[in-house]
Design a protein around this ligand. Structure first.
Ligand code: NAI
Ligand code: MG
Length: 359
């Protein structure tokens, strides 16, 4: 047993991010309390987000990254609110952390939970789960490009948004996906691109994928175009295990996966710096959900699932497994928020999760 205190930076940020981070903290603290001192969490909460922007003109303090460096991990809610343009809030906080800390692998598992009805019939016959690995440092979100107001006169503005694909960036995330596949029951990696239409960057990705696959003869592979993969998510989900894709494609596919599992509110994610030179960041996939924020209705399962990914990263795999079991026991018992067809609030689900920890 470690007897260790983990220092965690909590950044609830905006909307339901505040509600689900509070839920996740309560579950983690209950877990630590039950460990009989084997481990503990020391939390520091940062008030960054759109409220901070209104007060200071910045999404996070100027020395924010410097202060976050000292932590073992970052537990994040969701950023974005109608008072601030989304590209300003996202780049000013979440992308600043992901890119500043070289969290180049974004791991997004899709779990179909007992007691949550999926629109997918296949979910009735198969215990479906797969992991989307998202390239998290370049691709379509490299921020390259610009706008030229005067290029073609009034009304003729031109904007260019370029994608960046490097051999190093492709290789490290593809290798990560293969290593992950080796830890799973089904050893398979599906690579997703749109290399028929995007003939430079995505062709490079495909070539790197074929080369790296040669080092993993024990892992099954396939290369699928993104439009076909979106159909496959719906039609043949039992064929999926690890899905690796570029920043934009994996962003879209992981929302699709979590919606198929029942709700965006269920989906967890880890932004990893696998070299551990910087803290990694754990957050639900969903955004700040302004339509339900502040009403105690947010589904905390995505945030608690993200806490489980954090425990794995911190070297507590047994505790992570306990959290996963508590989630499944809670949904199986029908303690569900409205987004998955129930009538429980955030606090009721959180209490049920804590109650299920001993099981
Ligand atoms: P969203 O994920 O906030 O909401 C989409 C739909 O899912 C809404 O109907 C919402 O009620 C529902 N939903 C989301 N989380 C839920 C939860 N925990 N429980 C129950 N239902 C939930 O996406 P949207 O509306 O496109 O974006 C809202 C804001 O969030 C924007 O400012 C956007 O930029 C930001 N955003 C931030 C992300 C992040 O911080 N990682 C990711 C996605 C969006
Ligand atoms: Mg997204």
């Amino acid at each position: 047993r470690t007897g260790r205190t983990f220092r965690i930076a909590a950044i609830p940020a905006d909307g339901v991010g505040k509600e689900v981070v509070a839920a996740g903290r309560a579950v983690l603290d209950a877990l630590a309390k039950g460990s009989g001192g084997a481990f503990a969490f020391a939390w520091e909460e940062f008030p960054w987000g759109c409220g901070h922007y209104a007060a200071t003109g910045r999404m996070m303090d100027e020395d924010g990254l410097e202060r976050l460096k000292a932590f073992d991990a970052i537990y994040f809610g969701a950023v974005g609110w109608p008072t601030v343009p989304d590209h300003v809030s996202l780049w000013g906080l979440r992308l600043a952390i992901c890119q500043g800390f070289d969290q180049w692998a974004n791991v997004r598992p899709v779990h179909f939970l007992p007691g949550v009805r999926s629109p997918l019939r296949a979910a009735d016959d198969h215990d479906l789960n797969w992991v989307v690995v998202r390239e998290n440092s370049e691709g379509e979100y490299a921020g390259l490009g610009g706008r030229n107001l005067s290029a073609r006169g009034p009304g003729g503005e031109v904007a260019v948004q370029s994608s960046l694909f490097t051999e190093v960036g492709c290789e490290r995330v593809i290798r990560f996906a293969f290593d992950l596949a080796r830890t799973r029951a089904r050893r398979k990696v599906s690579s997703v691109t749109k290399s028929n239409a995007q003939q430079h960057g995505m062709v490079l990705w495909d070539e790197v994928f074929r080369r790296v696959a040669g080092d993993y003869p024990d892992v099954e592979t396939e290369s699928v175009l993104v439009d076909a993969m979106s159909a496959k998510f719906v039609l043949r989900p039992q064929d999926l295990s690890v899905v690796v894709a570029s920043n934009l494609h994996a962003d879209i596919l992981s929302d699709l996966g979590s919606a198929l599992a029942g709700s965006l509110g269920l989906a967890a994610s880890a932004n990893l710096n696998p070299e551990r030179r910087y803290p990694s960041m754990f957050e639900p996939v969903h955004g700040s959900a302004p339509d339900i924020a502040g009403r105690g209705l947010a589904n905390p399962v995505g945030a608690v699932g993200s806490a489980a990914l954090m425990l794995d990263h911190l070297g507590l795999p047994d505790e992570a497994a306990r959290l996963h079991r508590a989630i499944a026991a809670t949904t199986a018992a029908g303690v569900l928020t409205p987004d998955v067809g129930g009538s429980a609030g955030t606090e009721e689900v959180t209490a049920a999760l804590i109650g299920a920890l001993d099981g």
